[in-house]
Design a protein around this ligand. Structure first.
Ligand SMILES: Nc1ncnc2c1ncn2[C@@H]1O[C@H](COP(=O)(O)OP(=O)(O)OP(=O)(O)O)[C@@H](O)[C@H]1O
Ligand SMILES: [Mg+2]
Length: 221
């Protein structure tokens, strides 16, 4: 199989929604029949625990692996997974100083930065953006975008764009709202697609996100 497409999910601020975005994206890609796997680069092991808490009759829809060894082995780990899947998602630790974050960015075709449209998150995103722009200076092929997360439905779409207008990186058209379904899917070790009607609106948001991501990494929808 060809080299898999790598999507790195990173942010400086803890709790911005990296693991949520990674897990839901995996669910949405798997639903479209895309072979997808996750490498959990965060020592907190959120993605690994999330998948591990699934019940045996409803396993998480994608394999989640730890990184065995130093971040320097990431390219080999991605290549090895490429024999099984077409897309590898990298869930990063909440620090841009962590060596795994830089390695994940170096390996990426697309970097996604979840941003909660609040002042603290916006400030910390400036640092992530600087790092991504630096890497892009030497790796022209690296695409990157901000993904609004935990958007309150009282915020109109233009409101979110307004607070994010100071960034150089593009903001995805898709975003995730603040919804119980996103938190609830972690409890069942699954994704919003498994929550039936409770997860329907969240699933629609993830579908939109998946479509945009596929386009950005040059994969068929
Ligand atoms: N769109 C959302 N709606 C509701 N809850 C959300 C949403 N996104 C994230 N959360 C909740 O916020 C918390 C933090 O999310 P998550 O673990 O995905 O962030 P993270 O960036 O991976 O955190 P860390 O930096 O610790 O790795 C979790 O409890 C999660 O369920
Ligand atoms: Mg996380």
């Amino acid at each position: 199989m060809a080299k898999p497409k790598v999507v790195t999910v990173l942010s400086q601020k803890g709790g911005a929604g990296k693991s949520t975005l990674t897990m839901q994206l995996a669910g949405g890609l798997a639903r479209r029949g895309k072979g997808v796997a996750i490498i959990d680069l965060d020592p907190q092991e959120t993605a690994l625990r999330w998948a591990h808490s699934a019940s045996p009759d409803a396993p998480f829809p994608a394999p989640v692996r730890p990184l065995d060894g130093d971040p320097a082995v990431l390219p080999q780990a991605v290549k090895a997974l490429g024999r099984e899947v077409g897309v590898v998602l990298l869930d990063c630790p909440p620090s841009i100083e962590h060596p795994a974050t830089l390695a994940a960015l170096q390996a990426a075709d697309l970097a996604l930065v979840p941003v909660v449209p609040s002042p603290a998150d916006l400030w910390s995103t400036k640092g992530v953006e600087r790092l991504i722009l630096q890497v892009q200076a030497s790796r022209k092929g690296l695409k990157a975008a901000l993904v609004p997360n935990r958007v309150l439905r009282t915020n109109l779409a233009w409101d979110v764009l307004e607070v994010m207008r100071d960034f150089t990186l593009p903001v995805l058209g898709a975003s995730l709202s603040q919804r119980n379904a996103f938190a609830q899917s972690a409890v069942i070790g699954g994704t919003v697609y498994q929550l039936g009607r409770t997860g329907a609106e969240a699933a629609r948001e993830v579908d939109k996100l998946v479509a945009e991501v596929l386009k950005l990494i040059g994969e068929k929808a």
